[in-house]
Every structure is written in C-alpha cells, then in structure tokens.
Design a protein around this ligand. Sequence first.
Ligand code: ADP
Ligand code: MG
Length: 599
Amino acid sequence: MNKINQLNSELIDQIAAGEVIDRPASVVKELIENSLDANANLIEVHITRGGHDLIQICDNGCGINEEDIRLAFKRHTTSKIGILDDLNDIKTLGFRGEALPSIASVSRMSSRSSLDGKTAFEIIIHGGKEISFEPKASLKGSNFKVKNLFYNVPARRKFLKKPETEQRNINKIMRSFMLSRPDVAFRLISNNKTVYDVKVQELSKRIRSIYGSAFDKNILPVIMEKEPYYISGFVGNLSLVRRRQSEQYLFLNGRKIQNKLLNSAVYSAYQSLIKRGEYPFFTLFLEIPNSAFDVNVHPSKLEVRFINEWHVYHFIKSAITMVLQDILKVIPDYKSFNYKPSFNPNQTSELPLSGNSYSKIYFDQKAPHRGELNDNNLNIRNNNDNRLESAHMRIALKSTDPPVHKSNLESITENIWQIHNKYLITEIKSGLIIIDQHVAHERILFEEAKKAIEGNGFTSQTILFPQTIKLLPEEYTILIDITHYLEKIGFRLREFGKNTIIIEGVPPDINWGNENQIIREIIDQYISVKKIDPTFIDQIAALYACKSAIKAGDPLKHTERRNLIDRLFMTDHPYYCPHGRPIIINLSLDELDQRFERH
Ligand code: ADP
Ligand code: MG
C-alpha cells in the first residue's frame, strides 16, 4: 500500500468534475442553469462538433464583478446559498458551487463578464490552472467558452460519443430548458447552423416553435391546484403517443426532474388508451413547497426525494385524468361493460359458418362502390357450394378470421342497430355505445395488416382479371425495394414488360378496384420517407386499412355487425383509428338521465 497523500485541489476538481460533467450536454446544462439563475432572458449557445471542440454560452444576465469572476471558479463558491437553512429552501437551479471549477478543470475555458455593462473582465483557465485574468471589451452579461473538453483526461475523452450523438443530447437538454422557460429567448447554433431560435412566448406557442404545428391541435392544457400542490402545462392526445420515451418533461418548481413513479402517474391516467411501451407527450410544471422534497440527492440534481411521493402521484394522476376525461368518456367502463366475444378466438377446430373453407368473392373490376352492390355485380366462387353470399359476408368470412360458431350466432340476442348505414349502436350495462363502422373496420384491418407484415403475411387472393400498372422508371425501381412488403399484405405482382407490372393477387380484404391506387400510394409514401422503418410499415398498413375498410353507407347484416364488434374488441386499440379519430362513443345512463332531467 502507498503512503496516504492529501490530494491537490486540481485533482480534487477533476474527480468532482466526473460527477457533474460527463458529456458536452452536461456542460450546456450547468452553464444554462447559471444564466437562468442570473436572470437572463436571452441565452445563446454555440456548439462546434457536438461540443467536442467548442461549447459557448452567452447570456444577458446580471453578470459577475471583477473579484467574483475569480472566486466563481474556486470550489464550493456560490452566491446562491450561504447558511445551512438555505438548503431547505432552494430557489435557484444551482447551489453547490461546483460547476465552474469542475468544467474549468477538464477543459480550456474562458469567461468574460460584466456587472455594469461598462467594464468587463476575462479569466482564462486551462485544466484548472489560471492562464490570465484581464480587463476586456465590455458586454452585457456573461460569455463562457469551453474548448477541448476532457483534453487532459484521456480516459473521459475516449468515452465521448460521435459529434452527432453528443449534439443530439445537447438538443434534448435545450428542448428541456426551452420548455421550462418560455419567458426566456433561446438560440442554439451548431456548426454555424441554427438549430433553435425561439423568442419569448407562451408555453403553447413554445411547444409549437419546437415541435411544429402538428402539436398545436394535439395538446391539452392541464391546470389543477390542491393545497399545497399545483400543476400546469400540457399533455398530448393519442396522436402524440410515441414508442420512445423521449418527449416527456416534468419540472418541479422549474427544475427538470426524473422520477419513474411520477411519470407512471401520468401514464396511468391514460388508462387503456396507451399500452406498455407507448409514451404520451407531456410538459408539466409541478409546484410544491420546497420543504416537501429534497433536490440535494445527487450533483446532477435530476433526482429528488419527496416526503410523500404517493400524495404527489395521486395528485398528478387526478389532474391528468381530468384533462383526458373527454377522451376517456368514449371508452366504456370495462367493469360495467363485461364484453364477451360471440366466438372463442382460440378455438379453430370448430365448424365455421359456411363449411370448412371460406367464401371467396370476386368483384368485377369495375365494381361499383360496395354500398351500391347488388348480387348481379358479384362473381362468387365458393369451394363447397355455389351459394351466393352477400358481398359483405367477407367481413365475417375472411380466411384469417377465427371461425364463427353457428350456435353462437344463433344465440345472439343482443340488438345491434345500424343507423344510416354508418353507425352501429348497442346496449351495454352502463348505457350504450355508438361505433363508427368504417373506422372500426379500419382499426381491425390495420392491426391485422401490421401483424401480417411483421409475421407470415396474408394469403393472397387470385384476381380473375389481372390488372397491369405502368410505372415511371423511378417508381419501378422503388417498387422493387418494397415488393416484399406488398407481398406480405397479400399482393402478388409480376413483371410485365418495361416498367410495367401485373397484379395477379390481392390482399384478402381489399376493396376491389382499389388495388392500383393502393400500390401507387404506397410507392408515393416510400418516395417521401425514403426508408423502411416502423412508421413506413404503419403507413402501409394504414393505407391498406383505409382503402379496404367498409365505408359509411354500406349496409351490414346482423351477423356482420356482430362480427365487426367482436373483432374490434380483439384489437389492441379498439378506441381510436390509426389516424387518431375515435371509433367508439359511450353514452352512459347517468348522462342520459341527466339530459332527461331525471335526477
Ligand atoms: P452554483 O451555480 O452552484 O452557484 P457555479 O460553479 O455554477 O455554482 O457558479 C458559481 C457562481 O458563479 C454562481 O454562484 C454565480 O454567482 C456565478 N455565475 C456563474 N455563472 C454566471 C452567469 N452566467 N451570470 C452571473 N453569475 C454567474
Ligand atoms: Mg451553477
């Protein structure tokens, strides 16, 4: 064992730096926190190569005077707290006095600041050692430059990620600050290109500035007070649900925090609207007396400890539930609903309604809209008998369907009404539900198509009169890229001369006559996104579903109505269509009683 040494202060700073500063984004975070604590309302950030080379922050805050600039770079020097009691009531973002000495110990740093906007001083520190300290041209506020981060700590420099990755982390930190302080203007410039440039604005406008106008229509305001708690901000509706846990911001008294339990309070308010692995958008501001929690848990100050975490949980959950009420209202209460499908989805050996094979229905290519069909327009081939079936039986008899029990079908006693050939209405324990038949079928087909693309694929139906499509050369090359996906949903295509294909088989549920258009739209979609990713697959599935689903105006037989509802309730998301429109509206008895003034 070596002799015990007292570490010198530079080394201590470097060790401490490891806790506060682990990547360029954490430098940005610490410096912006300082600017905000200095009451700046304009903060400009310049980054070069993801912060590998340069991180620069200018603010118009209160500035630092001559003596204090030097002092600010000493360890545990802060203007923010002085006595122990202050720790119990921290109003600033910083308080530990660690950031500046930590950053300066692992980079080449300079800072210039002026208290009065007349005389400015600049200090230059390399790896914790002061290089110079002198008067400089004046400025309003402060300017911090951090060059060559970790130049003197190779072990850390090695762990820096690619500039693009570090830049992404910086962007994310910036979004968090921009959302937390819409009353401050921010600018982020990376390699001389503007990434963000937002002026002082309201929160909803700030969200729009960051995420674009698509967010505008899809955010719901949150506001609730219940002593001693207060919450405000916005949550996204179902259109903003993402597979990634990323755009979710919870600010506690203005400070971004990470807390799994409180995030789950938000998720739980969405109930069955979202499933595991799906995350709603939110930007929420929680205000709680400082005495009810402790932020001094970790140097990064992201974690907090609450005195009563479950109180906070229930408060958040009830605030969000209230906001989502309108969306949740369309959802029948599961407990009173007690829905039982009329067939057992796991049973496949039973005799299907029309024998052991399925009716295949062939439309003439020029078949009219399905709602206008009469039997003369149909060519029906049934493997067992030649009984003519209504075109709509396809809904009930698609080859991928679980078989429908004859006995169950006969025993259906509940009424399902179809009104205006558009909506289905049925009674449930707590009242009644109204279903939009088109979007319901769309949801069913969407999920089936997604499963087909990800799994074994649909079986194709052979067309009686194969169609040819002539494509532009560039469309044709695109088609080659995506043929695999088209085949998965049931298209069978063959080359047929130059840039021409022939469609020999189509998906099982397709609305005939639409195949040409579906293929063209899928090609267009691919041209615009240029990559095959989960969104592209969703889009293929959505296009197929939209074009193939029964329409408003299509009359449905009772068995078809029943089947549609059964299948709808077997989907993962029975309540919203792939485009976010509601599928089901719930009218409770309570609501009816109220409207009829039966109190
Ligand atoms: P802390 O923020 O925890 O106090 P820092 O090391 O980050 O510790 O900063 C040390 C001190 O330097 C701060 O307390 C503040 O007085 C001063 N300071 C840092 N940045 C700024 C700034 N942008 N404007 C004005 N003062 C600043
Ligand atoms: Mg600080």
